[in-house]
Design a protein around this ligand. Structure first.
Ligand code: FES
Length: 207
């Protein structure tokens, strides 16, 4: 006598199939919700915490002891921004140094440190700034303009400047971003760069 092969009928397979479909849809729904909330969380986080510490880059500027009291160097950051890094004290820590944009907030000429006058000076319209970068004379002083300041850090005798990643040029990645100390920034360094001043004698611009 040959044993007949048992073929499962629908009444046996349907509960298994239903269970499988229920489990699968629960997993899919969970994954969907997790993905949705995850994306929402990421977007919300961007607005709530836009400047995480790892969104900023510390860039080497110079050995700290190479800057004597009153010395200033011009640093060009990864995106081309130029910054005067100046030593104004000798306490032996990072408070000795200050990093201020070298681009005048008036019309964009190049500002430089004048140690003998204890100020930053913009030659284009005789703009002056105190050692902290606050406008004190000329158009910047009249308009209450200041030079943007960058955080600094001293680590093992090396001076670093903090550059927000948002300021990197499109083509500059976090890994390849580098800055350097330069001799002279491109741009306007002298009076008469705009039509209203071009015809005026330089002496007119001196106080
Ligand atoms: S551009 Fe600097 S004072 Fe006008």
């Amino acid at each position: 006598m040959t044993a007949s092969k048992h073929e499962p009928d629908d009444s046996e397979t349907q509960p298994e199939r239903r269970k499988f479909l229920t489990t699968a849809s629960t997993v899919a729904m969970g994954a969907g919700l997790a993905g949705g909330y995850g994306a929402f969380g990421a977007i919300a986080g961007r607005f709530l915490y836009p400047a995480r510490p790892d969104d900023r880059l510390w860039q080497f500027v110079i050995e700290a002891d190479r800057l004597g009291l009153g010395d200033s160097v011009l640093y060009r950051g990864p995106s081309g921004e130029t910054i005067n890094v100046t030593r104004q004290a000798e306490a032996g820590d990072v408070s000795d140094f200050i990093a201020l944009s070298s681009t005048c907030p008036h019309l964009g000429c190049q500002v430089h440190w004048e140690g003998q006058n204890n100020r930053y000076f913009c030659p284009c319209h005789n703009g002056t700034f105190d050692p902290a970068g606050v406008g004190t004379g000329g158009p910047p002083g009249d308009s209450g303009m200041s030079l943007p300041r960058y955080p600094l850090r001293v680590d093992s005798g090396l001076l670093f400047i903090e550059v927000p990643e948002s300021q990197l040029a499109d083509a500059t990645s976090r890994e390849t971003a580098t800055g350097e100390v330069i001799e002279r920034a491109p741009g306007i360094h002298a009076p008469g760069h705009d039509p209203c001043l071009a015809c005026r004698p330089t002496d007119d611009l001196k106080t």
